[in-house]
Design a binder for this molecule. Structure first.
Ligand SMILES: Cc1cn([C@H]2C[C@H](O)[C@@H](COP(=O)(O)OP(=O)(O)O[C@H]3O[C@H](C)C(=O)[C@H](O)[C@H]3O)O2)c(=O)[nH]c1=O
Length: 175
């Protein structure tokens, strides 16, 4: 696995080492030791799957309030998504900055997001699935979010959302 750091501390693109042969391919998708060697201590607490029927389904931007911040590793085993991380750590030099990655069944990659970074995505194909390794437990009372179209963040989405939850459309704007 290769770990590519980005301009947002803790947001790391993970590239898989894919072993191909006549049968197809094999890749290690998570390794505690390789993560630790890259300075990323990650303990898988929960894993989630998100199935999205329509193209241009937008989910997010979500995070859990401290002390329930949730590191996560996101991948797209089916279809294709435009995946976004937004730094909401007020003491971070990249506070309110965003970074996006195209993840797909063919990208052989995943994205690590640390606690304090909000996450969202828009699907670029129908029937796209998103897989999560979660470094903290889901705490419904701590789950919250920021608006996908908040001008204070200014995400340059590749498409307008066709499908969103009412909750995602109702988050308050950052002051
Ligand atoms: C996150 C979560 C949700 N749920 C229940 C709550 C609802 O009854 C249902 C759907 O939840 P929600 O609408 O929050 O699902 P998403 O909009 O896909 O939320 C996720 O999508 C964004 C992009 C993320 O990064 C988070 O992982 C997560 O917030 O699953 C659970 O039971 N456990 C969980 O860990």
């Amino acid at each position: 696995m290769q770990f590519e750091r980005t301009r947002i501390d803790g947001v790391v693109l993970i590239r898989l080492d894919v072993k191909k042969d006549g049968r197809g391919a094999f890749a290690r998708t998570f390794c505690t030791n390789e993560m630790a060697a890259a300075g990323l201590r990650f303990v898988v607490v929960q894993t989630n799957i998100s199935r999205n029927i329509a193209r241009h389904t937008l989910r997010g931007l979500h995070y859990q309030r401290a002390p329930h911040g949730e590191p996560k590793i996101v991948s797209c085993p089916r279809g294709r998504i435009w995946d976004v991380a937004v730094d909401l750590r007020e003491d971070s030099p990249t506070y309110r900055q965003w970074q996006a990655f195209e993840l797909s069944q063919d990208s052989d990659s995943a994205v690590h997001l640390p606690a304090g970074v909000a996450h969202g995505f828009i699907t670029l194909e129908a029937d796209s699935e998103v897989h999560y390794l979660m470094g903290a437990a889901y705490v419904p009372g701590a789950a919250t979010g920021v608006r996908w179209d908040d001008p204070a963040i200014g995400i340059d989405w590749p498409a307008a959302p066709a499908v969103m939850s009412d909750a995602d459309q109702g988050y308050p704007l950052l002051l």
